[in-house]
Design a binder for this molecule. Sequence first.
Ligand SMILES: Nc1nc2c(c(=O)[nH]1)N[C@H]1C(S)=C(S)[C@@H](COP(=O)(O)O)O[C@H]1N2
Ligand SMILES: [Mo]
Length: 396
Amino acid sequence: MTQMTRRALLGSSLAAGTTLALPTVVSPLTAHAGAPAILKPLPPEWFTDFGSNAEMRWDSVDPSARLTPQQRLFVRNHTVTPQLTRESYALEVYGDGLASPRGVTEPIRLTFAELRAMPVTRLESTHECTGNGRSFFTRQQGQQVSGTGWSLGAVGTVRWEGVRLADVLRRVGVSPEAVSVQATGLDPSYVTGGTDFGRVRRPFPIDKALDDALLAWGMNGEDLLPDHGFPLRLVLPGWVGIASIKWLGSLEVARRQLTSPWNTTWYTMTGGDYPPGSPPLSVNPVRSAWELPWGAELRAGRPVRLTGRSWSGAGAVRRVEVSVDGGRRWRPAVLDRHKRGLGWRQWSVTTVLPRGAHTLQARATDIHRRTQPLETPYNSNGYFFDAVVRHPVVVR
Ligand SMILES: Nc1nc2c(c(=O)[nH]1)N[C@H]1C(S)=C(S)[C@@H](COP(=O)(O)O)O[C@H]1N2
Ligand SMILES: [Mo]
């Protein structure tokens, strides 16, 4: 979405100093001048490279691996990955929602070592960008939308390790009148269309903060990679990816509803039949993907075992039905044993296909009976494409 020039990057690094002090970035100028937006390798067999965003290719997914390896997880950067260190890192907490209110200039500071020494929580969740599947608004529904043209690979299921935000808030002391928490990242300010929107930041309700929100330093038993938020990121399980602020610099706790462009202008539904002022998007919808190339070639006349995965931001997937004849007949897929939690479910179907061009479809339903429609209502930013994707294959 953002094609930043070197000049723009330099500009935003300098402008960053005007919003919040930036003590933890290792020399913003040398770190960003001409540097790639994403630091980890993006081999083309694993990723589609969109510059500051990189999509996991579903045809590269190992059907025997339940978790997405961190090296293969999609990346979504508004600007560039900053290079931070644990030693100079500190989380700043402030706001009038603290038991003893504090202004932005007098925050409570928690070092990495202090946070790391707190009780450890591990949880598995599906991590997904709000715009995942966006390209299908155009490919499948003929609609023009703006944003990165993701297929279905802006998603992964990972095991996070960190400290519960509830534990951190209890430690610093929160007022019973607190309603809203705003997380701000340490990456450079986001500049687009000539406007500097400041640091990437998004508020969320105190209820989510006190429920399952995590401040994570690890993924799948490893330290976070720089691209995924090292040394510490927020994770709001089941919620839109933007809610999980990377390189977490500060948390403001407030007694009033906080806002940012990331919950009023973006990551809210606009256009189509959506009324102005639609609420910020939170829980991810239900989606499914086949672990196959687009237009995969399959063998005719003998049983083939096809695999895929389905997920929901609200809870486990309970049922997956598949059609291999363009939607005339649907039958249940065989599901894995993961009946609980926010991780995805793997499934398979064994079928004999006749020669010719065919369309595969998968439709999941979660434990709350949320399911996938055949068409997703249009919105101008192409969020939440949750319709059943028509996946073409050729049988020879
Ligand atoms: N600080 C910061 N946090 C961020 C972003 C960002 O650009 N800056 N991108 C958000 C978006 S839109 C998504 S989908 C996820 C992507 O997380 P990942 O790159 O670790 O997969 O991070 C979110 N958190
Ligand atoms: Mo996202």
